[in-house]
Write a protein that binds this ligand. Structure first.
Ligand code: FAD
Ligand code: NAI
Length: 475
């Protein structure tokens, strides 16, 4: 006997679990199916983000930053330490506890909101009479029928051809988050977000980290000024970068991994490392979903084809998050999940792609919203720029962290904010003000006239807004 639901969500990551909760809030009878299992085989909802992404990476970034501070910066405060050591098993154990707290939190939220959770793999079986039949196999074996289906099956790490992940020597984000001991040498393929965050974790703990990047330049999506400042800081910290490389072969040996490549000048080279993280982007998850059973359309990358409102080619079938176009970010997936639930309810859910913030949780942190200076130039937009360094901010000096700056880009005529780019301490938190400002179509002067607490890092935001009109007060 098939269980009936108004809305069936396949995938319990940020897109799926948040969409399921919002649909339940709106009065629908909702099921959420997720197959992620913890090490005991139990349910572990939250997807990539909770299990092997956002949350565990931030836990390790925090631990490794404490270690770096204790080793290199406490002395500046007059705090002496001897015999500093790192217990990697304990650090990873703490990270696992943080993950479990989040898994359990989601299971609690499902109960609270009366979302029926099914632990297993969800697959399309057929469509008939305006209803979709979905099978659940795995820990739970069930047949579900629903009027609406939201697919939120996420993404997985892309492997280099001929170098499958073994999670021992050749690591995806999963293995990179549970290396058992600090490797003496660590290679990273790809200088994107994962490469920088995970490279930073292990570099702080003592690894010699070399990053090989295919493109000739660093962080092409970020504002050029920010990318330049960040590269300078990372290089000073000891991360080694090579750009414009072409990987030709990856071989594992008993001792580690050998990467053969040609460098930017076309010369052949090899990198010998204990372990290798491959972080060259991610691929959408649709295997196991059986999309052909109902004729769900995929594109050439395997992503589900959707319109601007997350509608697929099938009536009442929606798709959100990493499995569709757009940035692979947890908050983007969540916004789409909420918007779809609201559209199902006949409301006007909306996601503003122009104000989705980007954050890279390195040190210095990098965060931005809106367009970069190079994009504005390419689009022929007349703009004014204002920049303020953390070096001139009292709170940053007190923190002992004065790297970087806040940069505002505003329309030359109207002064409307077009982009805000931050590299420096707590950029991840500071960017929220810029997102609000851009959502409300604020001008740089609006921010410049708002009272900001003193002493706070947010004063750098105000000063950068003042700098647009060339009237900073503290620089
Ligand atoms: P996912 O989180 O991938 O969830 C999909 C879920 O569906 C998974 O549980 C999967 O097992 C399940 N599933 C798949 N197929 C089926 C099926 N057929 N049946 C049942 N279940 C199925 N983003 C940020 O915004 N901030 C960050 O700091 C950040 N850090 C990251 C760090 C790392 C190392 C990585 C890898 C990613 C990070 N991301 C971050 C990206 C973020 O994790 C993703 O954008 C986000 O998880 C996408 O959410 P989703 O719901 O679309 O998919
Ligand atoms: P990415 O897209 O950020 O970076 C991949 C990098 O690898 C690029 O610079 C690319 O040019 C390079 N590359 C591709 N093929 C290569 C090859 N053959 N050889 C050498 N270099 C190659 O992808 P990444 O780091 O895997 O992360 C995937 C996604 O996960 C991110 O795009 C982001 O959406 C999400 N994420 C978000 C985080 C955050 O918000 N803080 C943290 C981590 C991941």
């Amino acid at each position: 006997m098939s269980k009936q639901f108004d809305v069936i969500v396949i995938g319990g990551g940020p897109g799926g679990y948040i969409g399921a909760i919002r649909a339940a809030q709106l009065g629908f009878n909702v099921a959420c199916i997720d197959e992620w299992a913890n090490d005991k085989g139990g349910p572990a909802p939250g997807g990539t983000c909770t299990n092997v992404g956002c949350i565990p990476s931030k836990a390790l970034l925090q631990s490794s930053e404490h270690f770096e501070h204790a080793g290199h910066h406490f002395a500046d405060h007059g705090i002496g330490l001897s015999n500093l050591s790192i217990d990697v098993a304990k650090m990873v154990g703490r990270k696992n506890t943080v993950v479990k707290q989040n898994n359990d939190g989601i299971l609690y939220l499902f109960k609270k909101n009366k979302v029926s959770f099914f632990h297993g793999r969800g697959a399309f079986v057929k469509a008939a009479d305006g209803l979709y039949q979905i099978s659940v196999t795995g820990a739970a074996n069930e047949s579900l029928t629903g009027k609406h289906v939201i697919v939120a099956t996420g993404s997985s790490a892309r492997a280099l051809p001929g170098a499958a992940f073994d999670e021992d020597r050749i690591l995806s984000n999963d293995g990179a988050l549970r290396i058992p001991a600090v490797p003496k040498t660590l290679g990273v393929i790809g200088s994107g977000v994962i490469g920088l965050e995970m490279g930073s974790v292990w570099r702080r703990l003592g690894s010699e980290v070399t990053v090989l990047e295919a493109l000739p330049n660093f962080l092409g999506a970020a504002d050029e000024g920010v990318a330049k400042e960040a590269l300078k800081a990372f290089t000073k910290q000891g991360l080694k970068f090579q750009f414009g490389v072409k990987i030709t072969e990856v071989k594992t040996t008993k001792k580690g991994v050998t990467v053969a490549y040609t460098d930017a000048k076309g010369a052949e080279a090899t990198l010998q490392v204990e372990r290798l993280i491959v972080s060259i982007g991610r691929v959408p998850n649709t295997t196991g979903l059986n999309p052909d059973a109902v004729g769900l359309k995929l594109d050439e990358r395997g992503a589900i084809v959707v319109d601007g409102d997350c509608r697929t080619n099938l009536p009442n079938v929606w798709a959100v998050g990493d499995v569709v176009r757009g940035p692979m970010l947890a908050h983007k997936a969540e916004e789409e999940g909420v918007a779809v639930a609201e559209r199902i309810a006949g409301q006007h859910g909306h996601v503003n792609f122009n104000t989705i913030p980007w954050v890279i949780y390195t040190s210095p942190e990098i965060a931005w919203v809106g367009r970069t200076e190079q994009q504005l130039k390419a689009d022929g937009v007349a703009y004014k720029a204002g920049q303020f360094p953390f070096l001139a901010n009292g709170r940053a000096r007190a923190l002992g962290d004065t790297t970087g700056f806040v940069k505002f880009l505003a329309d030359a005529k109207t002064d409307q904010i077009l982009g805000v780019h931050i590299v420096g301490p707590m950029a991840s938190e500071l960017i929220a003000e810029a997102v609000v400002a851009m959502e409300f179509k604020a001008s740089a002067e609006d921010i410049a006239r708002i009272c900001h607490a003193h002493p706070s890092l947010s004063e750098a935001t105000k000063e950068a807004a003042l700098a647009v009109d060339k009237r900073t007060l503290n620089f």
